[in-house]
Design a protein around this ligand. Structure first.
Ligand SMILES: Cc1cc2nc3c(=O)[nH]c(=O)nc-3n(C[C@H](O)[C@H](O)[C@H](O)COP(=O)(O)OP(=O)(O)OC[C@H]3O[C@@H](n4cnc5c(N)ncnc54)[C@H](O)[C@@H]3O)c2cc1C
Length: 308
């Protein structure tokens, strides 16, 4: 079976981690053709061709495909759809914007956030904040699927797929780019970072969140937050980890002043090593932690920063 995979391309660069993880999932379905598109995408196409399991790369460069507008990308995918049984992507913000439009235009269902491939028609996906796994079978002739990257290992490199340049589809002109407001950060991106340090309501204020940031910077980590910390204004919205935030699975996750509600665990419980710092020894976070420190964070974190 033929699979069209929308590679994650941002400002001309391939997001390798998310794309390579989706390739691991997609190659279980058949021959993978990766689509790299954007105002510039040639370099991303070259990088994508090296991912193991990619049989072919299509590169579409057009100003209309820049600025992450979903509609022109969806139109391009639909124009290519005839040759493919599966249209897939990593479950990133961009793909979550594009794939439902593709599914609607093809009049099929979208299977979002798949965490497992059973067969060509059947997929597993987490429901109820990750407390149950639903098995979904689609009878649609074409399957439109996003893959939850935190549950797949990234495919390696060493491939040498052929790269073909194609034209963009006609721009449906349903949307127009005005401006980007991008949060600048020297820290790693939260969803692909190897280490994440998150703070919760226990941190107590926006000023004291600097403690979490200091620890993160010592560890070269991304900064995360619980929803309570975000809702209290201690941390920006795009740092939220959990059911209604970002899903992360780093090698090391440090939860500071976070109780461990199931909605938070839904976003981080697949982390390889979990460290919790909490002054309440009964806090549920300790049930999932590999290492737990029962301590006041205002003593423990500065000490940790100093020792590191
Ligand atoms: C539909 C829905 C979706 C949700 N989505 C999310 C989500 O995506 N992400 C998310 O995080 N939550 C989410 N929530 C909210 C979730 O239920 C919890 O309310 C939230 O995770 C609690 O955040 P917290 O652990 O920071 O705060 P709390 O539960 O208040 O815990 C604070 C912890 O800090 C500890 N503490 C306090 N002071 C100190 C100190 N000085 N030193 C050490 N420890 C200290 C306390 O012992 C406590 O364990 C959602 C809820 C709903 C209903």
């Amino acid at each position: 079976m033929a699979v069209l995979l929308l590679a994650e391309v941002t400002d001309g660069e391939l997001a390798f981690d998310a794309t390579a993880k989706a390739v691991t999932a997609a190659k279980q379905l058949g021959d993978v053709t990766a689509l790299c598109c954007g105002a510039s995408a040639a370099a991303a196409g070259e990088a994508c061709a090296k991912i193991d399991g990619v049989a072919k790369v299509l590169v579409a460069e057009d100003p209309a495909l820049g600025h992450r507008l979903a509609e022109p990308t969806a139109a391009l995918i639909v124009s290519l759809a005839g040759d493919y049984e599966h249209i897939v992507a990593p479950a990133t913000t961009d793909a979550k914007n594009v794939l439902p439009r593709v599914a609607a235009l093809l009049d099929v269902m979208v299977i979002s956030d798949a965490s497992g491939v059973v067969d060509g028609d059947t997929f597993e996906r987490p429901v109820y904040a990750g407390n149950a796994i639903q098995t979904v079978r689609s009878k649609d002739a074409k399957k439109v699927v996003s893959f939850r990257t935190s549950t797949f290992d990234a495919a390696g490199t060493g491939g040498s797929a052929a790269v073909e340049t194609i034209s963009a589809a006609e721009n449906p002109a349903l949307s127009e780019w005005i401006e980007d407001k991008v949060a600048e950060s020297d820290r790693p991106e939260l969803t692909s970072a190897g280490v994440v340090v998150s703070g919760g309501r226990g941190v107590g204020s926006e000023e004291d969140f600097a403690l979490i940031e200091k620890l993160a910077d010592k560890l070269g980590a991304a900064v995360g937050a619980s929803r309570a910390a975000v809702d209290s204004g201690y941390a920006p919205n795009d740092w939220q980890v959990g059911q209604t935030g970002k899903v992360v699975a780093p090698g090391l996750y440090v939860a500071v002043g976070i109780s461990g509600a199931i909605q938070h665990l839904a976003g981080m419980k697949d982390s390889k090593i979990i460290v919790a710092i909490n002054k309440d020894e009964e806090a549920p976070i300790f049930q999932v932690a590999d290492f737990g420190l029962v301590a006041d964070l205002f003593t423990a974190v500065p000490e940790l920063v100093e020792k590191l």
